[in-house]
Design a protein around this ligand. Sequence first.
Ligand SMILES: [Zn+2]
Length: 346
Amino acid sequence: MPGLYNTVVLLPDRYSRQILFPGIGPEGQRKLAEGRVSIVGCGATGTCAASLLARAGVGHLRIIDRDYVEASNLQRQTLFDEADAAESLPKAIAAARKIAAFNSEIHVQAEVADLVPGNIQPLLAESDLILDATDNFETRYLINDFAVEQRRPWIYAAAVASYAVTMNILPEETACLACVFPAQPQGTVETCDTAGILNSAVNLIASIQATEALKYLVGARGQLRRSLLSFDVWSNDHAEIAAAKPRADCPTCARREFPHLAGEGRPQITLCGRNSVQIHERRRPVDFAELSARLQPHGAVKHNDFVLKFFRDPYEITLFPDGRAIIKGTTDTAVARSLYARFVGS
Ligand SMILES: [Zn+2]
């Protein structure tokens, strides 16, 4: 247990106030140091949960995110600063750097990736617990399939405007996501880009999510909430819906059908209302220096070790080293595909 040993040598007081809390204590703190948590998505919920768990001394964090830091994130994504946005740093990388500055004694693994059926196994296989900090139901159903199939607990969390909601999913014990939401909510689904978001709503739900994670990791299973909890921080409306028991006819946890896990090769998806299309059809390692030189005559281009940005009015292409791209300025997948083929390669 090198992490704990370092703690004792370097900063003996680091966790003292938390150890004083009877629910944690020295034994709980030791369990936290051994804990392995994956956080899927590193936006507002993810940065808040990651910060709390890192400061609490959870020994192994894996942060998975497909996106890069922008100025509009800074209002609520508490691990990022203006320099991260200026550099367009991938969020997972920026988060890991910030955490290292306040807790260098834990292990943080940054994964710049979109969680898809093809990579979910290697990305989440070693986690004791999975935290949902995504912004879309497609990924949540994928996590639910994986977690139920593997009998691994996960915690759903979502926030939009002043409203936030969370639920613990303990496979074979409580309801799963598909028990509560058999299908993706239909009709107008508000997103942070259409309805806005209060940072306090996100921090509230991420704090509850992180606390449930601590309870699970220290073995306080009896204290884990078994309901779908929602809270509107503006109207003060709040509700709890029982979720203690799985639905007898749930296709996922009762019939053990996992279509989202089996779904291979989702070709491309539109990001959360941000006038962007993501392309990740194939993995093709990209040489940023070579591509920069090739793109120079066609528009402004800049790159660092993690991202390449190419500006061609009215579009902005952000490319990651594995060939994945986020194309801003369109929601038309055909336009995005053609820009990718033209400037990156088909
Ligand atoms: Zn279920």
